[in-house]
Design a protein. Structure first.
Length: 148
């Protein structure tokens, strides 16, 4: 087959086939459907972002508490040193206010703990429905038994 013998593909408009017109009662249906679906989709996306942000901050707090209580249980630092070490390990985010507590040095049992908390309203990026603003603080407490 040579190039001249190839069939020519044409559109429906060139062939004279009329397109079916959209019925008058279907005009704007896509806009109405989008108006119903878009808010739910945006809430889903913002919820995923919110959960991811809180989960990320929780993991950072858990890492800092674990490192501080490990140094405290081994005997490298005292309770004030464990609090300072936890504060040093926490990443400095713009609006976050961390509260760090450690078990007292003269505790009768051999368990040592470090607790880090942060207001949930500060941990949230966006709070479109106001769900997180009145919630309990985001708290992490890690225990470890003191070595002899």
């Amino acid at each position: 087959m040579t190039r001249k013998n190839l069939p020519v593909l044409t559109t429906a408009k060139r062939q004279g086939i009329p397109r079916s017109p959209r019925p008058a009662n279907r005009r704007g249906a896509a806009i109405i459907e989008m108006a119903f679906v878009l808010p739910g989709l945006l809430l889903l996306i913002l919820g995923i972002m919110e959960f991811g942000s809180i989960f990320f901050i929780h993991n950072n707090m858990l890492f800092a508490a674990r490192e501080a209580v490990r140094a405290y249980a081994v005997g490298d630092v005292d309770s004030a040193g464990a609090e300072a070490l936890a504060n040093d390990k926490l990443p400095p985010y713009a609006n976050l206010t961390y509260t760090v507590k450690a078990s007292p040095d003269k505790a009768t049992n051999r368990e040592r703990w470090v607790e880090i908390s942060c207001p949930m309203s500060q941990a949230a990026i966006v709070d479109p429905l106001g769900i997180v603003s009145g919630a309990q603080p985001l708290t992490v407490r890690v225990y470890m038994r003191q070595e002899n």
